[in-house]
Design a binder for this molecule. Structure first.
Ligand code: ASP
Length: 330
């Protein structure tokens, strides 16, 4: 009996040291796995990208999903009434209505989009709900609004006194003249690579100030304002949406990266296509601005724009949230 007990104790000692060995071994394995994790990166358009990146980074650095990061990131300017080209406080259309466009895309090619959505602060989250909860990929106007309400989003007035005052001033002449940089339009486009090597993107805007009611830009159009291919990279666009749609801009950049071009070079080539397309139609180049930003599967980033004045925010372990001036062609 005693010897049995002794044997048992001996066995459990060996077993527990084995277990400890296995445990440390698996911790080691986990560590080597962690070592292999991808360096995350998030980039986004314009100066408001800095604050948006901050929010996205909290998710990325905690091993969260790129999809969650980009949604959380772009929600920052959406909710900020002082950002006059996105979400709450966005400049209205010529009828005084704030109409929002947004889309989202994940690493599996899941997509969701809303266009001409009114009275909802976070169109990006409605776009995500379209992606996750409906058999469709795009909802517009009243249908998008009713869907948002059914998902628990609250109806809110997005027209702030500042935007209303600007619109009333505009009504005096009613002259539709999109400016070149951030003066009367802007988009937050954000793309991210997470530690698991997955890419996602989000894009949201109130579009061109004083546009016709019902006008939809590039921002909610997958392939134009945003595109993600988990084998290649992720791209988003800002600027005159009509020009971006014409060349399926973000998709064009993806295809150029697929051919091996660095993100910056791919963005540059797409801007050159915009120039060619505008020249064919005798569209004066000084009236348009386009900016593309891109990351590839290796976490390299780049951007390019048509005119001077476009910048983008980069957050990675090496570049801790900096605004970078994009190179320009004109
Ligand atoms: N691309 C947006 C639109 O055309 C505007 C912008 O990014 O400036 O609606």
């Amino acid at each position: 009996m005693k010897s049995n007990r002794r044997q048992f104790i001996k066995f459990s000692a060996i077993a527990s040291s084995l277990f400890a060995f296995n445990k440390s071994k698996s911790a080691e394995l986990m560590l080597s796995k962690t070592k292999k994790t991808v360096k995350p990166i998030v980039i986004s358009t314009w100066r408001f990208g800095i604050e948006a990146n901050e929010e996205a980074w909290k998710i990325l650095i905690n091993n969260g999903k790129a999809l969650d990061a980009v949604e959380a990131g772009v929600k920052v300017p959406e909710a900020d009434p002082n950002e006059r080209s996105v979400g709450l406080g966005g400049r209205p259309d010529r009828d005084g209505k704030v109409t929002l466009d947004a889309c989202i895309m994940d690493e599996l090619g899941n997509i969701g989009s809303v266009a001409c959505l009114e009275n909802i602060v976070h169109p990006i989250s409605v776009a995500r709900a379209v992606m996750e909860k409906t058999p469709h990929v795009m909802l517009t106007g009243e249908g998008a609004f009713q869907f948002a309400l059914s998902q628990g989003f609250k109806k809110e007035n997005l027209l702030t006194p500042e935007s209303e005052a600007e619109w009333r001033e505009w009504l005096k002449k009613s002259d539709y003249k999109p400016k070149v940089n951030i003066e009367n339009h802007d988009t937050i486009g954000m793309v991210a690579l997470d530690m698991n090597g997955n890419l996602s993107g989000a894009c949201t805007t109130s579009g061109m100030a004083f546009k016709m009611h019902g006008r939809i830009g590039d921002s909610p159009i997958i392939g134009a304002g945003l595109f993600v291919d988990n084998e290649v990279g992720a791209v988003t666009a800002t600027g005159h949406g009509e020009e971006v749609i014409r060349i399926a801009g973000s998709h064009a950049v993806i295809e150029l990266m697929r051919q091996g071009l660095h993100p910056e070079e791919a963005c540059k080539r797409a801007v050159e296509r915009i120039i060619l397309s505008a020249k064919k139609r005798n569209k004066p180049l000084n009236e348009i601005q386009i900016g593309f930003i891109a990351i590839n599967k290796n976490g390299e980033h780049g951007a390019f724009c048509l005119q001077k004045g476009f910048n983008y925010a980069v957050y990675s372990p090496d570049i801790k949230n900096q605004l970078i001036d994009a190179k320009h062609l004109l």
